[in-house]
Design a protein around this ligand. Structure first.
Ligand code: BDR
Ligand code: CA
Length: 315
């Protein structure tokens, strides 16, 4: 089994990813570390705590960053994920839960050090917590097993952005943090829009999940109503893309994807802020800013049919 810490901004597709990781027998979901993004940090953390209680999860919940490292905060994405982050699903008002006393970045540092080379960090929100952890304890780069990120877009099949023409939300919301994470000497695989927008949960797929998957299927169905309205009204699709669950699918079965290698950087200012770039040639350029960079992997193709079957079967 793989031990994972899932860094997340729950978030409708985040919840779909959390329940996928929780259900798969090859994954030990050690913790959910929360970050601002789809919702405020308070709402996102409350959503994580609710999932833990409702689905009897063992995962520790640690609350993370409320805002980006440098850029101005963007605010929650209410139009996509609803006011609280879970569409029009209402958590009972009386609900309370307990999170770890440490901030998420400190929890990540402590846990990675306690289990050297065993923890896979999976990040499906802005990368602020991971960047803070690297800044406070750069030595953790050598101590994680792997880092898997849902974020960015590299132009494959013409996928470039979703919040701007050239930026994907998780990278757009904290480009400086993303650049720190991609430049660190740890092995990162980036599952971007190039592959997540190639997989699709249709309305009928979600109906079937509701029918086949008990309380988990019911919950995914409930939270996805708002999301599907956004997709039908703003994107013109009868279903939704499979963003965050694709990162979990990569952890479970990397053979579902092909990847390419090359150093990755993020545009941090200006009209293309949040754009992700990968160097693919072997040329030496006049400055060595790129040549001294670690090589990371970027997802290029995905077997969507098998990914959808894996999700359904697991849930
Ligand atoms: C990413 O942004 C968020 O809205 C989703 O949860 C996903 O992590 C997709 O661009
Ligand atoms: Ca997310």
């Amino acid at each position: 089994t793989k031990k994972i810490i899932l860094d997340t901004d729950p978030g409708i597709d985040d919840a779909m990813a959390i329940l996928f990781a929780e259900a798969h027998p090859e994954i030990e979901l050690v913790a959910l570390t929360t970050v601002f993004g789809n919702a405020t940090i308070d709402n996102g953390t409350r959503n994580a705590l609710y999932l833990k209680e409702r689905f009897n999860m063992q995962a520790t919940i640690a609350k993370g960053a409320s805002q980006p490292l440098v850029r101005a905060p963007v605010g929650p994405t209410e139009i996509v994920h609803g006011v609280t982050g879970l569409g029009d699903f209402q958590i009972p008002e009386s609900f309370t839960g307990r999170y770890d006393s440490r901030p998420a970045y400190q929890y990540i540092i402590d846990t990675v050090k306690a289990h050297p080379k065993e923890i896979t960090l999976v990040a499906v929100g802005p990368l602020t917590n991971l960047a803070l952890a690297l800044q406070a304890a750069p030595e953790i780069a050598e101590l994680v097993a792997e880092v898997v990120v849902m974020g960015g877009a590299f132009g494959v099949n013409d996928h470039h952005g979703n919040v701007t023409p050239y930026a994907e939300a998780n990278i757009h919301d904290d480009p400086h943090a993303a650049d720190i994470v991609f430049c660190a000497p740890w092995p990162v695989t980036i599952i971007g829009l190039d592959v997540t927008e190639e997989s699709f949960f249709s309305a009928s797929y979600l109906d079937k999940l509701r029918h086949d998957a008990g309380d988990v299927g019911e919950f995914i169905f409930d939270i996805s109503r708002y999301y599907l309205r956004f997709y039908s009204q703003k994107v013109g699709l009868d279903g939704c893309h499979v963003h965050d669950p694709s990162a979990i699918a990569y952890v479970i079965n990397p053979a579902l994807f092909t990847t390419r290698k090359g150093s990755v950087r993020v545009v941090c200012e200006g009209p293309a802020s949040g754009m992700t770039l990968q160097k693919l040639d072997k040329r030496q350029y006049q400055t060595d800013e790129w040549s001294s960079m670690p090589t990371q992997r970027v997802g290029i193709t995905v077997n969507s049919e098998q990914l959808l079957a894996l999700y359904h079967q697991t849930i």
